[in-house]
Write a protein that binds this ligand. Structure first.
Ligand code: HEM
Length: 420
């Protein structure tokens, strides 16, 4: 099938979904997405999903980056098994349409009149609200060149800051938790809505992509936190206190201006680190040491020697013995450095139940940060911490990946169209 007929097929299918024209029989595609199934009737009025809690999918920036973190996340990394750029382009068109629908609490595709083909949508989110679903896409370094091959003819468009992170002191990276050609981050206030989205995107990609790794994560629900405070991580500390929050900060810290490659304009670079937290060791550590580790009080979140969680931090403040309240090897001191490198953290706790080899909990932080340049922002911070952070005794960096997340799609366009 030619490129053109494939794009026509998608456009027509989408149009039918929108306008409600149905019963036009089967459109069978031999594209790598698998079979394009029957175009049945659109949803009855009573079938229509409520779009409350919907976050728009289309826009200047992709959602899910500066969006206030929802309760649940699924982050997947995928490898492409095709060497045809047209397959990748079509996949992104399909993903874009599906994402736009799911973000509005709509089914990926209509129910079918033909009960001898599988429905377009797997169905488990049918009747559920949008639950602030966001879907964010990224390209890994190997998307552009793999084993020295310019696989899709796009190597010249690879930004210089899109490359694997260096190894840091103490890293215990496991190959199975690294890299990937593409990533998809799905976040929502409801776990089933999030799972439905990631499952359908994986399903749409069958035959073109394979799953490389997948990690889910969580934080407290809004129902559980009536005061809407800063969420706590699995060490029990408030995590996310110092983070960019204004448009100016987002422009300075997060959004690329496209100078390195025009297609990344209004996009950002994601760093993922899967960081195991040694909870058994931490739980035996006394409170004073826990607080010195972070440089903050555990209950209030205030910097040591200060009153309030959000106080401006004075790292020179000394206690009565003349020692700084906030230890020089504490996490916040090292993470701050001289204050010139900043990142947007959007991390989640994870629990993959149990590590059977150690009979211990396999839990930690699915660390995610967004920045304009991982090598000027994330890397220097992590280098400082890898050398001497007190926290290193209680954590292990197991996974690592970097992805370039393009700007958002406009209606009629699709994610990555400026790249392809
Ligand atoms: C399991 C691993 C980690 C845990 C448990 C953790 C926890 C925390 C906590 C409790 C705070 C203080 C509250 C706040 O401002 O949010 C904090 C601050 C911070 N962390 Fe982490 N963190 C981890 C890993 C990392 C990594 C890998 C980086 C980046 C390389 C990082 C960068 C930062 C930054 C930039 C701050 C704000 C520092 C400031 O300017 O005050 N953290 N982290």
């Amino acid at each position: 099938m030619s490129d053109e007929s494939k794009s026509n097929k998608i456009t027509r299918r989408e149009m039918l979904y929108r306008t409600g024209a149905g019963g036009l029989g089967l459109l069978v595609g031999a594209s790598g997405f698998g079979t394009i199934s029957a175009l049945g009737k659109t949803l009855d009025k009573e079938d229509k999903q409520t779009a409350e809690d919907a976050i728009p999918f289309y826009g200047t920036h992709q959602s899910g980056i500066i969006t206030k973190p929802q309760t649940y996340i699924y982050l997947i990394s995928l490898d492409l098994t095709t060497n045809q750029l047209s397959d990748v382009r079509d996949l992104f068109k399909e993903w874009t349409m599906a994402s736009a629908h799911m973000s509005k609490a709509e089914l990926v595709g209509p129910y079918t009149d033909n009960s001898y083909v599988p429905p377009e949508d797997t169905g488990e989110a049918d009747g559920l609200s949008a639950s602030k679903l966001t879907i964010t896409y990224g390209f890994g370094p190997t998307f552009f060149d793999k084993n020295g091959s310019d696989r899709f003819g796009l190597a010249s468009k690879k930004p210089k800051q899109l490359k694997s992170l260096p190894s840091f002191a103490g890293d215990q990276i496991e190959e199975q938790w690294t890299g990937g050609d593409l990533c998809v981050q799905v976040c929502a206030e409801d776990k089933q809505v999030a799972f439905h989205a990631i499952r359908n995107l994986i399903r749409i990609g069958r035959g073109i992509v394979t799953l490389r790794w997948m990690q889910s994560g969580f934080q407290r629900t809004p129902q559980a936190d009536k005061k809407k405070g800063t969420p706590r991580n699995l060490f029990g500390f408030k995590d996310g206190t110092v983070n960019p929050s204004t448009d100016k900060e987002f422009n300075d810290i997060v959004w690329s201006n496209g100078s390195e490659a025009p297609w990344i304009k209004n996009g950002s670079y994601m760093v993922m680190r899967r960081i195991r937290m040694l909870l058994e060791v931490w739980d035996r550590t006394h409170l004073n040491e826990q607080e010195m580790t972070f440089g903050r009080e555990k209950r209030s979140g205030a910097p040591l020697g200060h009153q309030d969680e959000f106080d401006d931090i004075n790292f020179d403040k000394k206690d009565e013995s003349g020692n700084p309240h906030i230890p020089v090897d504490s996490h916040i001191k090292l993470a701050r450095g001289d204050g010139s490198e900043k990142i947007l953290r959007r991390s989640y706790s994870y629990s993959s139940e149990m590590d059977p080899t150690r009979a211990q909990l396999d839990a930690g932080l699915l660390f995610i940060s967004y920045q304009k340049d991982p090598f000027k922002q994330f890397v220097p911070i992590q280098k400082r911490m890898a050398g001497m952070d007190r926290m290193n005794e209680y954590i292990r960096h197991i996974g690592s990946a970097v992805f370039a997340c393009p700007g958002g799609a406009s209606k009629g366009g699709y994610i990555g169209d400026s790249l392809f």
